[in-house]
Write a protein that binds this ligand. Structure first.
Ligand code: HPA
Ligand code: MG
Length: 217
């Protein structure tokens, strides 16, 4: 059974001041606060790995990374599952694949998605698929991806998203596994970007107006 349980970050939570942690100098003026320090991300992922390991069995799974934003979560999550595989009685064979979806320009959603790259999706037929995504915002992108995947008839499909945004634009989609529920703010870091910037920031931070202006496309 999947768990929808997650860590809820409140709307009036101010995060941590930048001065309290280490961030690259080139982003010092572009961030409002640190919403989720990387250590907390790591600890939460450890638990998600355990939850996922409990659900799957020796049939194994194909972990499908949604690039580019999902790459950090994907590697850290799989590292944890692999650690459990090495150290517990139960072990889950893992295969990996990578896809890219294009759907965002600036911080607005353009309305449609396109799957680019990755192996032939037909390879997922009959497999237990775990989609690994960085963030569920409105949920539209994920619903469209699930629709596309359904057509190749996987045995099961589960979704793990590190973040879920609490927004009134949501269509109500909830992933099977979620790390954190966050307020309706634009966040960057830990591979999440703003126009390709900020992926090289390890904490999840809220971008400020200065940053949006500086890195606008
Ligand atoms: N940050 C980065 N990418 C995103 C976000 C966000 O807040 N929401 C949807 N895609
Ligand atoms: Mg994404």
């Amino acid at each position: 059974m999947s768990s929808n349980d997650n860590i809820v970050i409140d709307d009036n939570y101010d995060g941590y001041r930048l001065e309290l942690f280490c961030i690259p100098k080139h982003y010092e003026e572009d961030l409002e606060n640190i919403l989720i320090p990387s250590g907390l991300i790591t600890d939460r992922i450890e638990r998600l790995a355990r939850d996922i390991t409990q659900e799957f069995n020796d049939e194994g799974l194909v972990a499908l990374c949604v690039l580019k934003g999902g790459y950090k979560f994907f590697t850290d999550l799989l590292d944890r599952i692999k650690m459990l595989n090495r150290n517990t009685e139960k072990s889950i064979p893992l295969a990996v694949d990578f896809i890219r979806l294009k759907s965002y320009v600036d911080d607005k959603q353009s309305g449609k998605i396109e799957v680019i790259g990755g192996d032939n999706l037909e390879n997922l037929k009959g497999k237990n698929v775990l989609i690994v995504e960085d963030i569920i915002d409105t949920g539209r992108t994920m619903m469209k991806l699930l629709d596309i995947l359904k057509s190749v008839k996987p045995k099961t499909v589960r979704v793990a998203s590190l973040l879920v945004k609490r927004t009134e634009r949501s269509i109500g989609y909830k992933p099977d596994y979620a790390g954190f529920e966050i307020p309706d703010l634009f966040v960057v870091g830990y591979a999440l970007d703003y126009n390709e910037y900020f992926r090289d920031l390890n904490h999840i931070c809220v971008i400020n107006e200065h940053g949006k202006k500086k890195y606008s496309s």
